[in-house]
Design a protein around this ligand. Structure first.
Ligand code: 2P0
Length: 327
């Protein structure tokens, strides 16, 4: 009744922002991401019929405040396994939680992987992706490695809303340099930010309407390993998402000043011919995606931007890894 799983963070190059169904976490738009090798969550789930409630320990600290979504995700697995046993969940991130580094993506992917294995459920990667989505939309993508596409789907029950791999990491080994612009958990979570954008941003309908073209351009760029084309669409998707969020009421501004300085540093490098582009999620960190030969230069330039606290570099990584066998 115990299993351990590791899942990695991912960053979207064509962003997910907005839901078609908030209860089932069906996204309003598809997305395309890359899975990061060195940013991971490791989670152990132990079901025990002697427990009265689920418990969650995150990075060594009990987090009852985060239990609702975890328990709701475990309920889906309990229903499939026909059990009501509660679980002890122990989870650890090797990077800052809740700061726009996709901890909910790796977190819910690892939770579903460990939970399913602990219950002896044999689920396909597609089924795991659908279940991870119910915890956090972006978690559906962290089931897979390399380049991944999430399908928004059309079915009202979310059955066709899952991710699938589109290119292996080894086929186009991009590198990612993360500039840490601030530490600590963000003020407005992604779920709340999306809901606010959906209901109040006048740019939200334009964001949704223009999305299929961005997905098509990114698919084509990835299939052709066309870095410049991928750079163009990724930066456009990122800025468009933030523009929609900034136009919400009350407005959402995830950036710090240093985020913008880092963005300009990436643009300056690209003007010089360095193969690099930026993306930014629902937090202040800037992620620079580059070809391997540019990594040292990009890390040095971003590390030199005043206010950047730290720089992490990583390649692309694999999908969910599950370890079974209890104690
Ligand atoms: C993404 N983000 O595509 C976008 C870009 C943040 C900015 O997916 O509400 O934590 O749990 O489905 O998965 C973060 O959203 O949101 C996210 P929920 P989630 O990576």
């Amino acid at each position: 009744m115990e299993a351990k799983a590791r899942a990695r963070a991912n960053i979207a190059l064509v962003k997910y922002w907005g839901k078609a169904d908030s209860r089932l976490k069906i996204p309003a738009v598809g997305s395309i991401s890359i899975t990061l090798d060195k940013l991971w969550t490791e989670t152990t789930v132990r079901f025990d019929s002697g427990l009265d409630t689920d418990t969650l320990e995150l990075d060594g600290v009990p987090r009852p405040d985060r239990l609702t979504r975890v328990s709701a995700t475990l309920d889906l697995l309990r229903e499939l396994a026909g059990t009501s046993a509660r679980a002890r969940v122990v989870s650890r991130n090797n990077f800052p939680t809740g700061a726009g580094l996709a901890s909910s993506a790796s977190g819910f992917a690892a939770l579903v992987g460990a939970g399913a294995a602990a219950l002896g459920l044999t689920l396909s990667p597609t089924e795991l992706s659908r279940l991870a989505r119910r915890g956090s939309g972006s978690a559906a993508r962290s089931i897979f490695g390399g380049f991944v596409e999430m399908h928004a789907g059309k079915a009202p029950d979310g059955s066709d809303s899952f991710a699938e791999p589109i290119l292996a990491a080894s086929e186009w080994p991009l590198e990612v340099v993360v500039a840490i612009a601030a530490r600590g958990e963000k003020d407005v979570g992604s779920g709340e930010g999306m809901a606010r954008s959906e209901t109040s941003s006048p740019y939200y309908p334009a964001w949704v309407a223009s999305h299929p073209d961005d997905l098509a351009a990114a698919r084509k760029a990835i299939a052709a390993r066309d870095f410049d084309a991928l750079a163009d669409v990724a930066e456009r998707s990122c800025l468009k998402m933030h523009a929609a969020a900034m136009a919400a009421s009350p407005p959402l501004l995830y950036w710090k000043g240093v985020t913008v300085e880092a963005l300009h540093a990436v643009r300056a490098l690209r003007r010089e011919g360095v193969p690099v582009f930026f993306t930014i999620d629902a937090g202040p960190q800037l992620k620079a995606v580059c070809l391997p030969e540019a990594r040292e230069r990009v890390a040095a330039e971003l590390g030199a931007v005043p206010g950047v606290l730290d720089v992490l570099t990583t390649g692309l990584g694999p999908g969910l890894e599950v370890e079974t066998g209890g104690r």
